[in-house]
Design a protein around this ligand. Structure first.
Ligand SMILES: Nc1nc2c(c(=O)[nH]1)N[C@H]1C(S)=C(S)[C@@H](COP(=O)(O)O)O[C@H]1N2
Ligand SMILES: [Mo]
Length: 362
C-alpha cells in the first residue's frame, strides 16, 4: 500500500515538473518586483507608451462585481472581482473607450488576445487587482483583465500590456485556397499533441502574402480571432491530421491561443479554407451528382471580392475560368481518397477540377 502511494507521488511529481517545464518566465510580473513596482503599459500610436502601476490603479474608484466566466469547453466559473475600470484609466489619458478600435491584451506568459472593437464598445473592462477578496496569485499578477459577459479567452491573467490598435483596413479576399490541397503539397512533419502523433505544416510555409499585420482565424464553432502575424508565422503550426484538425497551435504558445477545428484563415487578401470543416459548417447539398458545399456559400462566408470571372486552379497546374453567373452551379466536394474537387452543374466537363487548389477573382 505504502509503495503504491510512493509510485503515485512520483507520477504526480513528474507530471507537475513536466507541466511547469513549458512555462516561460513572466517578464512583467516577476516575483522579484515589490508590489508597488507592479505595473502595466498602455500603448497606442497617439498615446505612445504609458506606464501605470497597480498602486495608481488602486487610486481610481474601485468597482466590485460578481462575474461568471465561460471557457471554450462551456464551463462556468463564478468570481468576485475588484479593480479599476479601464474606461476611467483611459479618461485620465484623454481617451474614450467607446471611440477605440480593437485592443490587444498581452500577458507575461506569452498569451495574447485581441479584443474586437464591438466588445470594446459594449463591455466594461475591469483591471482587477483582487479576486474573491484575495490579492492576485503570482501567475495572475500584476492584474487580470475581466470582461464580464464575454468568453474567458479575453480574461487575460498576468496582463502586462494593453495595446490600443489602429483601425484595420478590411479588404475582401481576392483569392481563396483549399487547405487540404495546399497541405498535401507541403512538407509535413510529425507533431505530438497529447497522446497522439499527427502531421503538421509550418505556418511560415503557407502560401500567404507578405502584407497584413494580423491573421484572421475562424473555427467551425463560430469562434473567430485575430492573431498577430509575427506570432502566427514565427511560432505556429497547422496540425492537419488527428484530433481537432485543422488545429492552429504552437509548442511555445499557451493552449488558450490554439484554434481547434479551423474553418478558414486569412492574411491580407488571401484565405485558406478547410473543406473537411466546411462540410460540417455549411449546409451540405446535392448537385451535379455529388454531395458537397455550394461554392457560393463558401465565397459568401469568406467575403470574396465580386468579379466577372474567376480562375480555378488545381494542384497539377490545370486551370479553368468560370463566369460569375455560373458560380451558383458550383459544388465543392471531397472525392474518395480525400481529394478536394469542384463540379459545375450543367457546364462542360472541363470545368470540373480535381485537386482544387484555389479560386481567385480575375
Ligand atoms: N495570461 C494568460 N491569461 C489567460 C490564459 C493564458 O493562458 N494566459 N488563458 C485564457 C483562457 S483561453 C481561458 S479559458 C481563461 C482560463 O481562466 P482560468 O484559468 O482562471 O480558469 O484564461 C484566459 N486568460
Ligand atoms: Mo480558454
Amino acid at each position: 500500500m505504502k509503495k503504491n502511494f510512493f509510485v503515485l507521488f512520483l507520477i504526480l511529481l513528474l507530471l507537475f515538473t513536466a507541466a511547469c517545464g513549458n512555462k516561460q518566465p513572466a517578464p512583467g510580473g516577476g516575483e522579484e518586483n515589490p508590489q508597488e513596482e507592479e505595473a502595466i503599459v498602455i500603448s497606442g500610436s497617439q498615446l505612445g507608451e504609458h506606464k501605470i502601476t497597480v498602486a495608481e490603479l488602486k487610486e481610481f474608484t474601485p468597482v466590485e462585481k460578481n462575474v461568471v466566466s465561460v471557457n471554450s469547453a462551456g464551463n462556468e466559473n463564478e468570481y468576485s472581482v475588484k479593480g479599476a475600470l479601464f474606461a476611467d484609466v483611459l479618461a485620465e489619458l484623454g481617451l474614450q473607450q467607446k471611440e477605440l478600435n480593437a485592443l490587444r491584451f498581452v500577458a507575461g506568459d506569452g498569451y495574447m488576445m485581441e479584443v474586437p472593437k464591438e466588445v470594446v464598445a459594449a463591455r466594461d473592462i475591469i483591471l482587477a487587482y483582487e479576486i474573491d477578496g484575495e490579492p492576485l496569485q503570482e501567475k495572475t499578477k500584476p492584474v487580470r483583465a475581466i470582461v464580464p459577459e464575454e468568453r474567458s479567452m479575453y480574461w487575460v491573467r498576468n496582463l502586462v500590456r494593453i495595446e490600443i490598435l489602429d483601425a484595420a483596413e478590411v479588404k475582401p479576399l481576392s483569392k481563396l485556397m483549399f487547405l487540404e490541397t495546399v497541405a498535401a503539397g507541403m512538407e509535413q512533419q510529425d507533431y505530438t499533441y497529447y497522446e497522439s502523433t499527427d502531421r503538421a505544416v509550418l505556418c511560415s510555409e503557407l502560401p500567404l502574402p507578405e502584407d497584413g499585420e494580423t491573421v484572421y482565424l475562424k473555427a467551425r464553432d463560430g469562434l473567430d480571432k485575430n492573431e498577430k502575424a509575427e506570432v502566427f508565422l514565427q511560432e505556429g503550426y497547422i496540425k492537419v491530421t488527428g484530433e481537432a484538425a485543422p488545429l492552429y497551435l504552437s509548442p511555445n504558445l499557451p493552449k488558450g491561443m490554439h484554434v481547434k477545428e479551423m474553418l478558414w484563415l486569412a492574411k491580407a487578401e488571401v484565405g485558406l479554407l478547410s473543406v473537411e470543416q466546411g462540410l460540417q459548417y455549411f449546409t451540405v447539398t446535392e448537385k451535379a451528382g455529388e454531395e458537397g458545399i455550394l461554392l457560393t456559400d463558401i465565397l459568401a462566408e469568406v467575403k470574396m471580392v465580386e468579379s466577372e470571372q474567376y480562375l480555378l486552379t488545381a494542384a497539377d497546374g490545370y486551370e479553368v475560368e468560370i463566369n460569375k453567373a455560373d458560380l451558383a452551379q458550383g459544388l465543392v466536394y471531397v472525392r474518395d481518397g480525400g481529394e478536394v474537387a469542384v463540379k459545375f452543374d450543367g457546364l462542360p466537363k472541363n470545368t470540373s477540377v480535381k485537386g482544387l487548389l484555389a479560386i481567385e477573382a480575375k
